[in-house]
Ligand binder design. Sequence first.
Ligand code: HEC
Length: 493
Amino acid sequence: MKRPLYLLSCLGLAALSMAGCTSSSTSTSNTDTNTNAVADASAKEVALTEAQLEKARSNYATYCSGCHGDQLEAFTDRKWKRGNSAENLFAAIKHGYPDEGMPAFDQTFSDDEITGLVAYIQEGIQNVKQYDFSEEATANAVYTAEALRYRLDTVATGMEIPWGMAFLPNGDMLITDRNGAFYRLPKGSRQLQKIAGAPQVLAQGQGGLLDVELHPDFAKNNTIYLSYSAFKKEGEQTLSTTAVLRAKLEGNKLTDAKVIFEAQPWARTRHHYGSRLEFGRDGMLYVSVGDRGQHHENAQTVERAPGKVHRIKDDGTIPADNPFASEKGAIASIWTIGNRNIQGMVMHPRTGAIWTNEHGPRGGDEVNIAERGKNYGWPVISYGINYNGTVLTELTKKEGMEQPLWYWVPSIAPSGMAFVTGNRYKGWEGDLLVGSLRFQFLSKLKMDGNKIVSEEKLLKNIGRVRDVKMGPDGYIYVAVESPGTIYRVVPVE
Ligand code: HEC
């Protein structure tokens, strides 16, 4: 692949002697001040050649990666303390912030070399610019993706943060709101109806009423499942955990409610609960539980439930063929380990495999297939960077740990996901849809068998996408936050 020349504004950069910036000099000396050159240069741009970029890349690897991580992406997904203009970066590298542990490099590098590093870092930052969408998805406007024209219909409003959606056999929709409310949207209506009997939830941080899933035999037994943040007082503290409630839906009331799953141990944190619910073709209920922000304690040990996918029977008991069911001290419901925070889970309509997506630390969001007993590596391997002056992990791969099928750097903060089924969406058949909370779009991932080959960004600037589902009518439904809105994606001729 050919790399375009990188253009860097010289404006305000001290003493540039790089070709294209100064009027005459081709020197690469270490001389520090040449105010004339700066004045001359101020309106022009630096074109870095491939060779200069290569030099910068190698300087970065030698001098910077030890602290900032060997993926340049460390810089694409950070909160800049002092700005990320060329001037800011130049000053940071040249003079350092010794009090904070950032060494000065004025003795190590010429200004040219520093400029090269600045360009190199800024090129990395461009990575995040792909999400600076100029368009804004609005209801009724017509869009095109892969030759398919579509528009957005507003299906329902009036929620705060619609977290999960499920469709009843009669076409009614069930919607959870993270604030604890549980709704029915009757087919063809725009008027939400409240369903009584949802569990008490701790609607703080990332917690609240989370996913909703129907029993595969709902038509016969009216049984549904809700995942949520359960809480309890212990002395002065309020502890919480991810739990699953099973109940019967009778009219707009839940009856025979029973808690069939609670992730142990409970924690004081208010984030990384997961959680999605999905029935597999095997009739088992898969439950994702986030690491509760305690990755070192939780994610890699089978003695603790957080940071895992769990697999239970429809009544909450443990299937005998679970991978750790007979291991001493292990939590028998565990299906996979090493997961950070899974907020998207869907059964593949053809293979029956359980697909997941999870949030990476800062960068490194992943798509995986949750396979029996496998280790997805968190926090030992990750494509993300925990940038707080420390590198979280140097490793992206390790024997015995799964590689993601796809990952995003920077993080898009993935939410619900769905495979495009049916024949309403010409050219999109089989594609995987993933919502983005952070960059407020719907990601459409092109599949080749179990491989993801490319990404297309739909519904740009639509708002924080929380869930996406295929409806029984063959339409794609998208739930967006604040103001809570459910849209339907409708192809147009
Ligand atoms: C010894 C560890 C260390 C090395 C080596 C190091 N840095 Fe830093 N760097 C830091 C720390 C610590 C900070 C300040 C803390 C922070 O911003 O989070 C920092 C801050 C920065 C900033 C400012 C970030 C901001 O938010 O404003 C830039 C730019 C930067 N470093 C670039 C580099 C480059 C380029 C190199 C290699 C030439 C490098 N650093 C080498 C530790 C290091």
